[in-house]
Design a protein around this ligand. Structure first.
Ligand code: TYD
Length: 205
């Protein structure tokens, strides 16, 4: 079973992912937790280039780096784990590209879908959980997390983007979820971590 978690910065994806992994393991399932960017050897080299606020990357260059990360991740990590029957929980995947590079940066969403197809060769998730949180709350949470980790408050290139960009990302996730209602479930990420975990579990089982 292939599950992806999506949503803006500070929506609580990592906490939910850990909770879901625990529940699946308690049922005796073998679970792989992974993420993008950075889920493969190549991806770990690409991640700092993509996220470091000091790197200057054009929208197109950024897109192809995310796609390179994804193509390698799908081939090297995701497909083999799924073939072995593992539950794969992935923090961000193809929908992030449609939403951040498409709705956020303004690249054409239908073209992005084709490029994604090329990168993943049919490996779409069985279920995608989209964690929805008001833009300002998500950003405040992300900044708090950065401060706790000892990182600069606006640690990454994306977190440093204007509020308008993040509002477009939030709207983008909601309309993309509507277009893909069979696969995507939107969850209210303002709920407590326990409530969110219960709602996510219900959506998966
Ligand atoms: P990350 O540090 O993994 O943070 P988060 O906890 O928010 O997931 O940052 C990944 C960033 O990369 C995030 O701001 C979204 C962005 N991104 C894209 O723009 N396109 C993509 O295809 C992916 C996978 C991520």
């Amino acid at each position: 079973m292939f599950v992806t978690l999506e949503g803006m910065e500070g929506s609580g994806k990592s906490t939910l992912l850990a909770g879901l992994a625990e529940r699946f393991r308690a049922e005796g399932r073998s679970v792989l937790c992974t993420r993008e960017p950075g889920g493969s050897g190549l991806g770990r080299a690409l991640r700092p280039l993509l996220l470091d606020s000091r790197s200057r990357v054009s929208a197109e260059a950024e897109l192809f780096l995310f796609l390179a990360d994804r193509a390698q991740h799908a081939e090297e990590v995701l497909r083999p784990a799924l073939e072995q029957g593992q539950v794969v929980l992935c923090d961000r995947y193809a929908d992030s590209t449609i939403v951040y590079q498409g709705y956020g940066r303004g690249l054409d969403a239908d073209r992005l879908l084709l490029l994604n197809e090329m990168a993943i060769r049919g490996l779409w998730p069985d279920r995608t959980l989209i964690l929805d949180v008001p833009t300002e709350l998500g950003l405040a949470r992300a900044r708090r997390r950065n401060a706790l980790n000892g990182d600069a408050v606006e640690e990454g290139r994306f977190e440093a983007e204007a509020l308008r960009f993040h509002a477009a990302v939030r709207e983008g996730f909601l309309s993309w979820a509507e277009r893909n209602a069979g696969r995507c479930t939107v969850l209210d990420a303002q709920a407590s971590p326990e409530e969110l975990l219960d709602a996510a579990w219900k959506a998966l089982c």
